[in-house]
Design a protein around this ligand. Structure first.
Ligand code: URA
Length: 489
């Protein structure tokens, strides 16, 4: 509807822009608190001075709208979808949530399915934007400025601008899209109007640099042609300087993978050698197992039985290797086997494993279809009477065992890794990160592997307070649902 046209619904809301979530939220709150039914509202967008005033009731005194905590996050994401019916749809959900507080957990409900589909589309589009925005240089010296043209499917510029600020903090850059632009001058981020493709430069001197960069980061060992073509739909190719290289790189991938594996370091880090020398100078066997030839996980598991890369093998019952299908899409990485895993020879079969299994099941993730392993493959413990008390592996042990983890990744070639806790994150990212602060986020490694960060399930086991425990279970369930969505993306 245009400003000035006749509207027969009882309330009309005029949002400032397609991404005016604050405007929607305020209007939705007022309307819901005044019991205004979804069918009595019409939602519109109009920018500029001729935007009509919304016809909104005041909030009745003392009234409060209670909705599940998660709803706002879901709504904010789905709000970026290009579906013009989203304002009304999200209001309808809000309306239902007042009397159906558990609605968000009912995956079979058509509205919830629609919400999930919208969120998934927005996340996928964001992922594409992170991967396929290509800046081209205009101007030199103080005038140096990088401009990119990108065509998102949804309204995702505002949502993703911070990602580019973090990544390209020191540059002056502008991303132009048909509906909005983001400009960063090194200090301030400004969101402006949309543009046309001709506003962005077509080519620049950095093109050659990009191609060299792409040739260097291209990881032949992780090549999955079908997945790559799915990830990089043709639509994006026309703006990618490196697209022309892809056919040749694919053709040479097998040879390049063999050469790359040959170049990989096989010796433990120097720091680790010092630990070995201090703890077990006499017990170190002459050679390490010949495991570079393993072609399957079964062969690798066999080789790992004789692992002597760090001293932990001495006191443990056995190596506890990863389990799951060779072609799994996702690898879950825990810390190290616990007491029961050490005896059983399988990961995540003890108390933490039971929590993990139950929540995976609730999230609809089939454990049989995923690969589950640990950053460290031997149980580290301190004896206390008859009990063996878990002891955290140190950075040297994590580094030593990374050798096996890298090979598990090399054989399985997942498209997602899930770090269960800080030790797994340290192993997967090579640095310590504050897990509780950044849980629920995906970090992309230099080799392109997406690493989803979450807590270790044993964290839930350690919480005493029942309400806190349940809240943490819910959060972990949300994380696992997100993992499920990421597996499909
Ligand atoms: N904790 C882990 O990190 N891994 C296991 O296998 C069991 C408990």
């Amino acid at each position: 509807m245009q400003p000035g046209e006749l509207d027969l619904t009882r309330h009309s809301v005029w949002l400032e822009s397609e991404t005016d979530f604050a405007g929607w939220r305020d209007a939705a709150r007022r309307l819901a608190l005044n019991e205004v039914r979804p069918e009595d509202i019409s939602w519109h967008v109009a920018a500029g001075s001729d935007r009509p005033l919304s016809d909104l009731p005041n909030v009745p005194q003392g009234a409060q709208l209670v909705v599940p905590r998660d709803f706002i996050g879901h709504a904010e994401t789905a709000f970026c979808h290009s579906d013009p019916g989203r304002f009304a749809f999200l209001y309808r959900l809000l309306w239902r949530l007042r009397t159906e507080p558990k609605l968000l957990a009912i995956a079979s409900d058509p509205d919830i399915r629609r919400l999930e589909t919208m969120e998934k589309a927005v996340r996928r589009d964001s992922h594409k934007m992170h991967a396929f925005v290509r800046f081209r240089k205009i101007g030199d010296g103080d005038e140096e400025h990088y401009v990119a043209w990108f065509e998102p499917d949804h309204y995702i510029v505002e949502r993703n601008a911070d990602f580019f600020v973090r990544r390209f903090t020191g540059m002056h850059w502008t991303i132009l899209t048909p509906y909005a632009s983001a400009d960063w001058d090194g200090e301030r981020l400004a969101i402006g109007p949309g543009a046309v493709k001709g506003d962005a430069p077509a080519q620049d001197d950095t093109e050659a640099l990009w191609r060299t960069y792409f040739e260097n980061i291209f990881n032949p060992a992780r090549l999955k042609v079908k997945a790559m073509q799915k990830e990089m739909p043709k639509k994006y190719w026309r703006n990618l300087p490196e697209a022309s290289l892809i056919p040749d790189l694919i053709a040479g991938a097998d040879k390049a993978a063999i050469a790359m594996i040959a170049r990989m370091p096989t010796a433990p880090a120097p720091h680790h050698a010092k630990i070995q020398a201090r703890h077990w100078p006499k017990r170190q066997p002459a050679g390490l197992p010949e495991d570079d030839d393993a072609k399957t996980i079964a062969e690798l598991r066999e080789a790992a039985k004789g692992c002597r890369r760090c001293p932990l093998w001495r006191d443990a019952t056995q190596t506890v290797f990863g389990e799951g299908p060779d072609g799994a899409k996702v690898i879950f990485v825990g810390e190290q086997p616990g007491d029961q895993e050490d005896l059983a020879g399988a990961p995540f079969v003890g108390p933490a494993g039971r929590v993990f299994d139950a929540i995976l099941d609730d999230a609809g993730v089939d454990r049989q279809k995923v690969y589950v392993t640990n950053a460290v493959k031997h149980f580290k413990f301190e004896p206390r009477g008859k009990r063996r008390i878990h002891s955290k592996p140190n950075a040297g042990e994590v580094q030593a065992c990374r050798w096996w983890l890298d090979r598990e990744f090399g054989l399985i070639k997942p498209n997602l890794a899930v770090a269960l806790g800080a030790t797994a994150a340290l192993s997967l990212l090579g640095k310590a990160i504050p897990v509780t602060k950044i849980r629920g986020q995906v970090i992309e490694r230099e080799d392109g592997m997406r690493v989803f960060i979450t807590i270790h399930p044993s964290f839930i086991l350690r919480i005493r307070d029942r309400a806190d425990k349940e809240a943490e279970q819910e959060r972990f369930l949300d994380d696992m649902k997100q993992v499920k969505r990421l597996m499909a993306a």
